[in-house]
Design a protein around this ligand. Structure first.
Ligand code: S3P
Length: 441
């Protein structure tokens, strides 16, 4: 299998863009598929996860075409999705799986969801429980896992669902199910999670309210909606920009600008955490793109100091912890990150996978049930010199590739393939900044 290894002889410098936001790309394909008429999307992430969503929408009667780098989605209207003739292969993508389960739960059809070894280990009860309350039925593999078959309910029953875990996927699944459900379907979240779905539902003309109450944020969607097609531009993914931001911060002398990054406040926790540690990150050109706040980010090398990262920030940076562990490896002192047990049910157990790989590269860490403590080097290069396992997880692979930019001996990631799920030109972006992609072993 092709491996991944980046090195650099000097500072990283230059201006780059990163691919479109993964969360927004999935939602654009889904809502475009339910609008009546043609939605046009520029900047869609063309990673494997999003392509799995596109293929599923096609399998249910939505014409999805790519012409000259622009995506055209011919929506069939809310309630208009057709019975898929074969199983929906979700690949590595939890977001495709959970959001589509919601979308289909209120359609009169039967759908089977399958996925790769990583996805087949991930818990699905968090979505089947509320969707069952709405009337959908599920036959799952042991432990509420994939492969599973869902029979949608039509009409479904509207619910008010209090999220037991801070999850935008669960929130979005219930709200998407609510689109083809008579009445008002609502979700209550104690901690705000990414609100791309809410913003986009409003943009497509759904009636959606979001209110902060003593119980948390209550988001309510009115069912039997009619969605109007949109012309959308997807901002750059802050979760992909995160690798560049951390790389520029840890490699001495670096100065890098990343253009057009989504800085939605429900997603910008990494910027807050790194800034609190002493990072030099400057936002400029703040603007709005496709209903989302966007900025150019200029990042210069800086000395970091270890902190206790507030667990209240976790939801706004949930996918960025692996690369924050890497940044913490170079801080002065200890960085403590807790309240992040959700990392154990991502594409891999990210706490365990990072702890193992960091130790192999000479970084001292202490693994906790709900987090990680990292002893920083005070800016000194890490030992490196190890081959680490990507464990079918794109963010683990990319985090260790970034660690490899400030080590005494090269780091090799055993499998480069997972990177294609969310950041297909990852190596190209780093080569543009002056890093070297070592030949695959
Ligand atoms: C996502 C939500 C998050 C995140 C995932 C994308 C989304 O998952 O980790 O990469 O697009 O809604 P959870 O909702 O499980 O936290």
């Amino acid at each position: 299998m092709p491996t991944l290894s980046l090195t650099t002889d000097g500072p990283l410098s230059g201006s780059v863009t990163v691919p479109g936001d993964k969360s927004i790309s999935h939602r654009a394909l889904m809502l475009g598929g339910l609008a009546v008429g043609e939605t046009v999307v520029t900047g869609l992430l063309e990673g494997e996860d999003v392509l799995a969503t596109a293929a599923a929408m096609r399998a249910m009667g939505v014409a999805v075409e790519r012409r000259g780098g622009v995506w055209h989605i011919h929506g069939v209207g809310v309630g208009g999705l057709l019975q898929p003739q074969t199983a929906l292969d979700m690949g590595n993508s939890g977001t495709s799986t959970r959001l589509l389960m919601g979308l289909l739960a209120s359609h009169p059809l039967v759908a089977t969801f399958t996925g790769d070894a990583s996805l087949s280990r991930r818990p699905m009860a968090r979505v089947t429980v509320p969707l069952e309350t709405m009337g959908a039925q599920f036959t799952t593999s042991p432990g509420d896992r994939l492969p599973l078959t869902m029979t949608g309910a039509c009409p479904a029953v509207p619910i008010r669902y209090v999220l037991p875990v801070a999850s935008a996927q669960v929130k979005s699944a219930v709200l998407l199910a609510g689109l083809n459900t008579p009445g008002i379907t609502s979700v209550v979240e104690a901690v705000p999670t990414r609100d791309h779905g809410e913003r986009m539902l409003r943009g497509f003309g759904a009636t959606l309210t979001s209110e902060d109450t003593p119980d948390g944020r209550v988001i309510a969607v009115t069912g039997e909606a009619e969605l109007r097609p949109q012309v959308l531009t997807v901002p750059g993914d802050i979760s992909s920009a995160a690798f560049v931001i951390v790389a520029a911060t840890i490699v001495p002398g670096s100065a890098v600008t990343i253009l057009g990054v989504g800085v939605n406040p429900t997603r910008d926790g990494l910027l807050r955490a790194l800034t609190a540690m002493g990072a030099d990150i400057v936002r400029s050109g703040e603007r709005e793109v496709g209903g989302e706040p966007v900025a150019d980010l200029t990042v210069r090398h800086a000395a970091l100091t270890g902190i206790d990262v507030p667990s209240e920030w976790a939801a706004s940076m949930i996918d960025e912890y692996p690369v924050l562990f890497v940044a913490s490896s170079f801080a002065n002192g200890r960085t403590t990150m807790r309240g992040i047990e959700e990392l154990r049910v991502k594409e891999s157990d990210r706490i365990a996978a990072m702890a193992t790989g960091l130790r192999a590269c000479g970084v001292a860490v202490e693994e906790l049930p709900d987090g990680l403590i990292v002893e920083g080097s005070g800016g000194e290069a890490a030992a490196g010199g190890a081959t680490v396992a990507a464990v079918l997880d794109h963010r683990i692979a990319m985090s260790f590739a970034v660690l490899g930019l400030h080590v005494r001996a090269a780091v090799t990631v055993d499998d480069a393939a997972p990177v294609a799920t969310s950041f297909p030109n990852f190596s190209g972006v780093f080569e543009q900044l002056g890093a070297r992609l070592n030949p695959s072993e």
